[in-house]
Design a protein around this ligand. Structure first.
Ligand SMILES: [Zn+2]
Length: 335
């Protein structure tokens, strides 16, 4: 089976950063200047050319895509019921079309299995970002990622951190304001670093989290702490989790990860040490693998890889020099 090279190619051979990360796409103009107009959501709901992205729980409605995309978001004109939901002005496309997220309180219907689809409309179903993210085109992946990140923030920031009173959404869903003291609160993004660690024998470090099932291995990751740079966080996490000191950490790329509110910042670290001392509170197993060993472990189903939309999978493929699917087929990728 021919191996497919990972998607990192740049005209500059020195530049091997990760490109086209599934959730780091998008490209809408966020038109932040429009958010301050108090009637902006109302105006967008009254305009039939507005495209509504309705979020039910963590799901959006998707259907078959066009222009090479497997899936596309179901975008529609506003309806009366949208006024009961939380409106999020997500931005405008190149042609000026406005995209309005609506966080609905209606639960999503159970997904319709694609294989049995023979009725008209059965091809459309409600999927999570983990299920749909990789198959959507750039604009739709960006819409889904942004709408989910904003909705997650609204759901957990209903009270003022200063005085405890309720907050209410304002500025087209991009700010919450305290009803008592008027203080304004902005959406949160929590950075986390995620890194390959390569030893002097060009082996990759893989770890299995303390509560992960047998066979699920990934690269190490952890949240950035207050007062810490990304590079310092990479060094600390590797030292804490497996007792290894790194020599260098090089930026690879980053993508939002709205589960519920992270930004994953990817690095490639090198070390001159090989002896692993995993912290049992965080790591059930840690091991070094050569590329050949990794391919064999995948092919024999002894290990599985992180999900297709994750930067973890792309970091592993960056080291491997091939996509995981071209090595061992799609079944080794966790959902
Ligand atoms: Zn307050």
């Amino acid at each position: 089976m021919p191996l497919t090279p990972p998607r990192t190619t740049s005209p500059d051979p020195q530049d091997d950063r990760l490109r086209d990360l599934a959730l780091a796409r998008g490209g809408l103009d966020r038109v932040a200047h429009e958010r301050t107009r108090p009637s902006v959501v109302e105006d967008l709901l009254a305009d039939p050319s507005t495209r509504v992205v309705e979020l039910r729980g963590e799901r959006l409605r998707v259907g078959s895509g066009a222009d090479g995309d497997d899936l596309a978001l179901h975008l529609r004109a506003p309806v009366e019921a949208d006024r009961a939901g939380l409106g999020l002005h997500l931005g405008r496309g190149p042609d000026g079309t406005a995209y309005l997220g609506v966080v609905s309180s209606t639960p999503a219907p159970e997904p319709v299995p694609k294989a049995g689809a023979d009725e008209p409309g059965d091809a459309e179903t409600w999927l999570t970002l983990r299920q749909a993210g990789e198959a959507l085109g750039a604009r739709d992946a960006g819409l889904f990622t942004t709408a989910l990140a904003l909705a997650n923030w609204h759901a957990t920031h209903r009270h003022c951190p200063r005085c405890g009173a309720e907050t209410e959404p304002t500025q087209a869903g991009w700010v919450r304001r305290c009803v008592r003291d008027g203080s304004e609160h902005y959406p949160r993004t929590d950075p986390a670093v995620i890194m390959s660690v390569i030893d002097p024998h060009d082996r990759l470090l893989l770890g299995r989290g303390a509560h992960w099932p047998e066979g699920r291995f990934s690269v190490l990751a952890g949240f950035v702490e207050p007062g810490e740079s990304f590079e310092a966080a990479v060094a600390r996490e590797v030292a804490e989790e497996v007792g290894i000191h790194i020599d260098d950490a090089r930026f690879l790329g980053n993508q939002p990860w709205p589960f519920p509110s992270s930004l994953m910042v990817g690095y490639a670290a090198t070390t001159s040490e090989s002896e692993l001392r995993p912290d049992p509170a965080e790591i059930a197993e840690a091991r070094w693998v050569t590329r050949e060993e990794y391919r064999e472990l995948l092919s024999s189903n002894e290990i599985r890889t992180p999900s297709g939309i994750s930067i973890a999978k792309r970091i592993i493929e960056h080291w491997l020099g091939a996509t995981v699917e071209s090595v061992a087929g799609p079944s080794v990728v966790d959902r």
